[in-house]
Ligand binder design. Sequence first.
Ligand code: AR6
Length: 184
Amino acid sequence: RRSARLKNAHVGHLELVMGDITEQDVDVVVNAANSSLLGGGGVDGAIHRKGGPDILAACRALRAGHYGRGLKTGQAVATTAGRLAARWVVHTVGPVWSATHDRSELLADCYRNSLHVAAGLGAHTVAFPAISTGIYRWPVESAATVAVATIAETRKQTPDITSVRLVLFDKRAFDAYEVAAAGQ
Ligand code: AR6
C-alpha cells in the first residue's frame, strides 16, 4: 500500500504530511496557480481535475470581474473547492525561481496572503503545497525556509487558524521541510 510509505510529523504548530494536496480534509486547500487562474499542471492541474468544473467556472468569473488582468504574483484569492473535501480553494501565484534576483518576499507573500484570505473566510484549517518548487523551479530547501518562517510569523495575526499543514509530494521535499521546521 502506498500509504505505508507516507510520512507525517508535527513540528511546533506545523503539521507536515507526505501526500497529495487534493486529498486533504481541511477547510482551505491552497493552489499553486498561475496568474491566468485558468489552470495548468502540477498541483493546479490536480486540483482542477479532482475538484471538477465548478472551480474553473469560479476562476473565469473572477477573470470577468475584479481580476481582469489575472492574479499578481504573491496575491491570493478564494473560490469554491468543488468536489474536493475542502470548503474552499485559495489560489496564489508563486514566483518563478531566479538565480539572480531574490524573490523570497514574493514567495512569503503567497503564504501571508493565503492565510489572511483563509482567516477572512472563517477557515480554521489550511493545507499548503510547496509553492514554486515544481514547474517554477525554486530549490526546495530555500522554499522550505521561507514557508516555515512566514507561516510562523503570520499565524500570530491569524489566531482563528488552528492548523496549518504543509503537504509534500515526495520524501525529499518532506525531509527538507522537516529540517526547516525544526530549525525555526
Ligand atoms: N499534491 C501535493 N504536491 C504536489 C502535487 C499534489 N497533487 N502535485 C505536485 N506537487 P507545481 P509551482 C508538488 O509545479 O512550482 C502549474 O502549471 C510538486 O512536486 O504544482 O508553484 C501552475 O498553473 C512541487 O514540489 O507548482 C503554474 O503555471 C510542488 O507541489 C505553475 O505550475 C509545486 O509544484 C506553478 O508552479
